[in-house]
Design a protein around this ligand. Sequence first.
Ligand code: ARG
Length: 457
Amino acid sequence: MWGGRFAGGPSAIMREINASIPFDKVLWRQDIAASKAHAAMLAAQGIVSADDAAAISSGLDAIAAEYAAHGVPENWDLEDIHMVTESRLAELIGAAAGRLHTARSRNDQVATDFKLWVREACLSADAALGGLQVALVTRAGEHAGSIMPGFTHLQTAQPVTLGHHLMAYYEMLGRDRSRFVDAHSRASQCPLGAAALAGTGFPIDRKATAQALGFAMPTRNSLDSVSDRDFALDYLTAAAQCALHLSRLAEELILWASQPFGFITLPDSLSTGSSIMPQKKNPDAAELVRGHSGRIIGALTSLMVTMKGLPLAYSKDMQDDKVPVFEAAGLLELCLAAMTGMIDGATFRTGRMRAAAELGYATATDLADWLVRAANVPFREAHHITGTAVKLAESRGCALDALTLDDLQAIDARIDNRVFAALSVESSVAARASYGGTAPEQVSARVAEARVALGLE
Ligand code: ARG
């Protein structure tokens, strides 16, 4: 395709280091769509004849059928998906194939194909995230009133509800979705027609090709068009942050499935056994979600480092943009599917959770709040009185509400019998009815809103 200027062919090493067809063949659908849009525009503008454009278009359709049926042939001599397809077109339709590359370069071609692919990946990530949100909201609705310990520093802090905990992830994933939607809309300008770097002397219609390919408009600067990979970085940034969230949820499932916690039983279908310890049921899917998040975050780092030293416009380093994006997209899709399956299929051991919420003086804040409300004690003093009560309960090895009224009144005479109603875990969660708080009524209200937002109601 470019041999005219060369006395000899490339060495075996040059062929190998140069070939991107092993991975960029993934772009074949986008490459054919962009070529068809380009050919139709060339004909509409009178740059190629209608007959040649028709031959190109039906030749490209035939190639698409071949690729769909048999895969894309990996010919390293032809380097990449663009040249593999163009060379096959020449075999099929002869000389007219040579007119397709008029007013275009592989530089704007690859930018266009890759951007189209990334736009689709943004939409599928958004859809898969929606599926995981549905699973979370469904389980949260079932457990709006199930009590578990809430943690800070992984130390028992205050009782919360399981539904509230699950809805925290619903919120995180909602932010992830907005990042993918944002990445999709920011990638709405079409680079096709920027040619190698400077634009073209042919009277092309860039608005027509942009529109034919589903973009909102053409890019405005030809140098930027062929050198920009922000759309891929935007996608990877959203993917990395999403993977980070999935990893945190995975970490909680792993902890909860451990025997000392015993909060959850993961579905057999998403667990594995041990070849030596017959009793083991391991949360491998969750561990791999946690592990894969490292690779997805690594993909973002990889592309940022690839891009950061490149002068305008195109450099061949940019051929290395695709592997991290394709890898991250595949891993993300898998992680989202595994996580959705785990949330759907988990058995929540609410008795264990409730019992754990009784431990660790989780209602100490409720005693302090009661002193403020019922006995008009300033909060700092109430905090100190409660600390003394916790110390006494700890020395006796009993719960706060197992102390007698005499015990409590010896610490502070303003305490009376009504305090015991405030010290149960049920009244503790019910009391936290501020907007966005853990009270079951609040959780149910958020779940109801989420179900409407997800189109479930
Ligand atoms: N395979 C190349 C890539 O993925 C296509 C662009 C090649 N352009 C060039 N001038 N060598 O980046």
